[in-house]
Design a protein around this ligand. Structure first.
Ligand code: HEM
Length: 503
């Protein structure tokens, strides 16, 4: 029997979608270590300090007026607890848990495809940088990442000012200085505020975590909430670092914490629109659906291959019509005609959701457990104004936020490198380009050979429809690998110490 999750020691956003409309993603630089430690100490819940505090995963009766979560880059952690202590944590932890975090997202850029226009040399340049000096080329001055969730733009600003007021002064000025922030406000379509640029409904399929109070069948029944979520549960240790996880070791500093890739992903909507309108034989809506694996309103192609299906209802958190499906054999409560999509006739192998979560498709490399080892908790949201045809060029917009998993190497890094970006990710696959790359992202480096990554191929009644001109629609404009500590971990960090290895 798995142990209960210590909800009061886990940062809330790991386990629950807060669903707040107005978000500010902040990056800070540490100027004075003692002052930065005090700032962290004050942010811990129950610190008794005036100001804001970190939101835990404890259930709330009423929605609080703000939520706040904090993460540290390796450079930030090393400043706060010393490199020597980081080395101890590293020695005690499995390489998969701490290794790529230590490398950081700049060191990892080549491996995960942040090359060309997405290369680190170009990061943080497209709006949002507020420091006088540009960021250091090696990323060593980006230390703390804070996410502030608010109910209105006005309260977001209010709470941000309260956060700044918590920063202690040191001899040389503020101990911690915000260097970057990006606001995120909802894109509303038909009164639904969960859309992203490119026009898709997002926030549908998140991992269902085992043993989490509100995912337990008995509790859901008591609450009168539907119990028909067909998705396989994912053990909590994939998202909350545990001392009892079977496939990794973690130093106690990491207990109840997790890791995440903080990504700033620019979306080139005009190019995307051009591409989906470029095939005379396919409607732009069908092309967009085949690229994502869902119609733009969220209807899965597996469930309804020819059109959106309004009979699925509204995509609310308790409506599993949008998430109950598999690719090879249908799930218990799957709507639609429940035929297998083994050959990718409905939902292409290449499509974003099939690659990001191949579900029961065991013919995908590295997927022998319904993809549960590789699930990612997405806490990302749109930034920038919605696209308007004919707008002036150069408007910055995209998706920003955290892609969370206890083991970056099994989760964010695995999915990015092995599934999203690789041709031949499934076998057998007779499509003309071996599924190429995830078409929402497009090729990382323009490939002159059109049989490779620059075509999008999907099966249409047994023959492959091939559209050339796939280009990079999503560009990485910034990235940080961060550690989101448990509350006890945060308290240790604020003291500049680490707990003893066997605690
Ligand atoms: C600008 C970038 C991105 C856009 C526009 C985008 C868009 C979408 C959309 C529209 C969905 C369907 C809604 C849903 O199932 O909840 C989705 C699902 C998903 N995306 Fe992305 N995404 C982006 C980046 C990423 C990245 C970087 C990753 C991981 C490395 C990722 C992983 C996933 C996963 C795991 C799902 C759920 C699939 C499922 O469980 O069926 N996405 N995304």
């Amino acid at each position: 029997m798995a142990t209960e999750i210590e909800m009061d020691d886990v940062q809330g956003l790991i386990l629950r979608g807060y669903n707040y409309p107005n978000i500010r993603y902040i990056i800070m630089n540490i100027r004075d270590v003692a002052g930065a430690q005090k700032f962290c100490a004050d942010l811990a819940p129950d610190s008794g300090a005036a100001g804001l505090f970190v939101t835990t995963a404890e259930p709330w009766d009423d929605k609080p007026p703000y939520c706040l979560n904090i993460g540290f880059t390796y450079a930030g952690l090393a400043k706060l607890i010393t490199t020597a202590n980081c080395n101890v944590v590293s020695l005690w932890s499995s390489a998969e848990v701490f290794g790529s975090y230590t490398t950081g997202s700049i060191g990892d850029a080549m491996q995960i495809g942040d090359t060309g226009a997405s290369a680190p040399a170009n990061w943080w340049k497209n709006g949002g940088w507020i420091a006088k000096e540009p960021p250091a080329a090696d990323g060593s001055d980006l230390h703390i990442q804070i996410t502030l969730f608010a109910l209105t733009p006005e309260t977001r600003e209010e709470y941000y000012q309260q956060l700044l007021a918590m920063i202690p002064s040191a001899a040389s000025g503020p101990a911690v200085v915000p260097v970057y922030f990006q606001d995120s406000d909802p894109i509303v379509v038909d009164d639904d505020d969960n859309y992203v640029h490119f026009g898709y409904r997002d926030s549908l399929s998140q991992p269902r975590i085992e043993n989490l109070l509100w995912n337990k069948k008995s509790v859901r029944k008591l609450m009168g909430v539907s119990t028909i979520d067909d998705r396989p549960p994912v053990t909590a240790d994939r998202f909350v670092i545990s001392q009892t996880a079977p496939d990794y070791n973690a130093h106690p500093l990491l207990t109840n914490g997790t890791f995440a890739a903080f990504r700033l992903l620019y979306q080139d909507v005009p190019e995307f629109e051009k591409f989906i309108n470029s095939d005379k034989h396919t409607s732009p809506e069908l092309m967009a659906a085949k690229m994502c694996g869902r119609w733009r309103d969220g209807t899965p192609l597996v469930v309804s291959p020819d059109s959106e299906d309004k009979s699925l209802g509204k995509p609310t958190p308790d409506n599993y019509n949008f998430t109950n499906f598999n690719f090879l054999s249908h799930t218990t409560n799957q709507p639609g005609n429940r035929t297998s999509d083994t050959d990718g006739l409905r939902c292409p192998y290449a499509s974003h959701i099939r690659r990001a979560n191949p579900r029961d498709d065991i013919n995908v490399a590295g997927n022998n457990d319904m993809a549960v080892t590789h699930r990612i908790m997405r806490r990302a949201s749109p930034y920038g104004p919605p696209y308007r045809p004919g707008e002036e060029p150069g408007i910055q917009r995209g998706l920003v936020g955290l892609f969370i998993g206890a083991v970056l190497d099994f989760q964010f890094r695995f999915v990015t490198t092995k599934w999203l970006e690789m041709g031949g990710f499934r076998s057998p696959d007779v499509s003309p380009n071996q599924s190429g790359v995830d078409p929402l992202f497009g090729p990382q480096v323009a490939d002159p050979d059109p049989t490779n990554d620059t075509i999008f191929a999907y099966n249409n009644n047994g023959t492959y429809n091939v559209t050339p001109g796939l280009t990079r629609f999503i560009r990485t404009d910034g990235s940080l690998y961060v550690f989101l500590p448990g509350i006890q971990g945060l308290v240790s960090i604020s003291k500049g110490t680490i707990p003893p290895p066997n605690s």
